[in-house]
Design a protein around this ligand. Structure first.
Ligand SMILES: CC(C)(COP(=O)(O)OP(=O)(O)OC[C@H]1O[C@@H](n2cnc3c(N)ncnc32)[C@H](O)[C@@H]1OP(=O)(O)O)[C@@H](O)C(=O)NCCC(=O)NCCS
Length: 168
């Protein structure tokens, strides 16, 4: 099955408990699972996207506002439950969030993750080299939603405190 019945939409806060189980099963540990609740509860500006199959939550991606830069989001965590991975759901999920971000006037998105996945979505390590973060390197990538948004930019990216407890 290619996930044809999957609905991708924004999460409502009461669904955080389901989102937590998606991350726990995909990552096999609690660090990422706790993050969405911690971020949303702290009142950060987010775009939170879920993939739902009937009553089952099968995937979630969180985009959170960063400080230290104009209108930029951090993407993560992103997870698809193990039994639905490799069906294109992760790509559709992130693409939906990126489109929402673009429509709401966000200018760029940063992510730490496998370039094999995020590169296909348009993220590039070269665009993130100006960012001063502890996890800088080839897996730290960015996407411009407004052409030239990151051109010539450099500075310290400030993540919400909750991210410090994970390897994001
Ligand atoms: C990584 C993850 C979100 C991808 O979602 P998914 O629905 O399985 O991915 P898709 O089916 O949309 O994959 C799209 C393409 O990216 C590739 N891809 C997926 N995960 C990849 C990875 N970790 N590394 C490299 N390529 C990957 C797929 O092979 C696929 O390419 P293909 O169509 O040529 O086969 C999902 O596998 C997952 O939740 N993994 C565990 C948690 C995790 O590692 N999250 C990411 C950290 S932020």
């Amino acid at each position: 099955m290619a996930g044809g019945d999957i609905v991708i939409r924004e999460m409502v806060p009461s669904e955080l408990v389901f989102v937590e189980t998606v991350h726990a099963s995909a990552f096999g540990r609690d660090e990422e699972a706790r993050l969405p609740n911690a971020i949303v509860s702290a009142g950060h500006d987010v775009i939170s996207v879920v993939a739902v199959d009937g009553e089952y939550f099968v995937a979630h991606a969180l985009f959170t506002a960063l400080a230290g830069i104009d209108r930029a989001l951090a993407l993560g965590p992103v997870a698809v439950v193990p039994e639905r991975q490799g069906q294109g759901i992760g790509m559709r999920l992130v693409e939906t969030g990126v489109e929402l971000a673009r429509n709401r006037g966000w200018r760029s998105i940063f992510v730490l993750g496998d370039p094999g996945f995020y590169g296909r979505l348009g993220f590039r390590a070269e665009l993130a080299t100006g960012a001063v973060v502890p996890w800088a390197g080839p897996n730290f990538q960015a996407m411009e939603l407004v052409p030239g948004a990151l051109e010539g930019w450099s500075g310290v990216l400030v993540y919400p405190a909750a991210f410090e407890q994970t390897d994001h």
